[in-house]
Design a protein around this ligand. Structure first.
Ligand code: BEZ
Length: 228
């Protein structure tokens, strides 16, 4: 709810993630409180037992430890029942081999959202796409419960989980070093200094920058990352 108008507003970047409690395949969760101190990728998919979603789940599932190593937890959601979730996850484990991944137990929680309560709270139901299925939404929520990045993909386009991981790492880097990351940045690449806020700092940037800074122009300065 918007504090000023008392009306409902979808969460945007920089907003506190809407709080909810839900049943999941790993037990009840209280979001985002249960994830205090961790990054979370809250993502929706259109439906269980669908082909693109299966490839996404298997890819995310195979990367769970990789995400944990960057202090990040996965939480999935679709507008399906718990029984459907359980049956689908069992099928994935018992029958599906995809991209070299097999016998995969999905250990991250998958929210049962047959009521659409959570999906509606996060704008995952987009009626011109479908009134009964969520779009492929991704909310990256930081350790303080703030929404830091939002992606919406349509049902026909599977997401790139490496890009989602890259985005988390870029946010963590931006927070730690007060920098920004350029196009196609990968960990270890040079980073960008925030634009100077005054004529004085612009001049200083170009004329007196430290050895590990190089500028293409006064507003576009990179900081070298230490290699190796
Ligand atoms: C899929 O996951 O394959 C899918 C889901 C809904 C519509 C189209 C494709």
């Amino acid at each position: 709810m918007d504090e000023n108008t008392n009306s409902f507003r979808l969460p945007l970047i920089g907003d506190p993630a809407p709080a909810f409690t839900a049943k999941t395949t790993q037990g009840d969760i209280n979001f985002p409180a249960d994830y205090n101190g961790k990054w979370v990728i809250l993502f929706s998919h259109p439906a269980d037992f669908t082909p693109v979603c299966t490839t996404e789940f298997m890819t995310f599932g195979s990367m769970q430890e990789e995400f944990r190593s960057i202090n990040t937890e996965l939480v999935g959601l679709s507008i399906d029942s718990m029984y459907s979730h359980i049956a689908w996850l069992r099928t994935i484990k018992e029958k599906i081999e995809y991209n070299g991944i097999k016998d995969l137990e999905i250990k991250f929680p998958v929210i049962e959202d047959i009521s659409m309560n959570v999906a509606k709270l996060f704008g995952m139901v987009q009626p011109n796409s479908s009134t009964t299925q969520a779009v492929r939404a991704v909310f990256i929520v930081d350790p303080k419960g703030i929404v830091r990045l939002i992606m919406y993909y349509p049902a026909a386009v599977g997401r790139n989980m490496q890009e989602i991981k890259r985005a988390v790492v870029a946010l963590q880097k931006a927070d730690a070093d007060a920098i920004a990351t350029p196009a196609n940045w990968q960990p270890g690449d040079d980073v960008i200094l925030p634009p100077p806020g005054s004529c004085g700092t612009a001049k200083e940037r170009v004329e007196q920058h430290p050895d590990d800074v190089y500028c293409l122009d006064w507003f576009l300065c990179f900081k070298k990352e230490k290699k190796g």
